[in-house]
Ligand binder design. Structure first.
Ligand SMILES: [Ca+2]
Length: 178
């Protein structure tokens, strides 16, 4: 779906397991997606490129939603920040998930060399598929009951864990390379 400029758009997906795919959000738009009931709800942002996602997106879900963010085919380097309640792609969109319970959050990057800053994670499983190029990931914090997996894929990737003052005893960080 695509949202309209200057208009607040809300989708109530309905009960049951829903799939919502967002391909475009105008820079002046706000889009709220309420997945409602359904433990198997899935929200997809982008279908290979995030270039047309330019507005603010908010997701609501009470009983578990999987979120997949797919920029794999854009060919553009992105700067991405993950905090406890918001995922921000610089110069593009922000995704507010402060009132959503996540079952999973998966970010899949392009081959252009991306940079990721992880300040905090939400409870659930977060996976960074950083991309096929040379990617940089800095993790300064993770949160209780969360698991973070970083898949460097191809390229010369770097991962820095620097959360010395944050407890990580209840979270897991895994690093993988193909
Ligand atoms: Ca890589």
């Amino acid at each position: 779906m695509a949202s309209l400029a200057g208009i607040a758009t809300r989708i109530n997906a309905g009960n049951g397991n829903d799939l919502v795919t967002v391909l475009a959000v105008d820079s002046l738009a706000t889009l709220t997606i309420d997945l409602q009931i359904g433990a198997g709800d899935l929200l997809k942002l982008g279908d290979g490129s995030l270039t047309n996602l330019l507005g603010d997106i908010r997701v609501i879900d009470a009983d578990g939603v999987g979120i997949a963010i797919d920029d794999t085919a854009s060919g553009i380097a992105r700067r991405v920040t993950l905090d406890a309640n918001v995922v921000t792609y610089s110069d593009l969109f922000s995704l507010d998930d402060s009132v959503a319970t996540l079952s999973s959050l998966t970010l899949s990057g392009s081959n252009a060399g991306n940079s990721y800053l992880v300040i905090a994670t939400k409870p659930g499983v977060t996976t960074l598929n950083t991309g096929l190029g040379d990617d940089t990931t800095v993790v300064t914090g993770t949160s209780a009951m969360s698991a973070l997996t970083i898949q460097g894929q191809h390229g010369t990737d770097s991962v820095t864990l620097s959360g010395g003052d944050r407890s990580s005893e209840h979270s897991r960080v895994g690093l993988h390379r193909e």
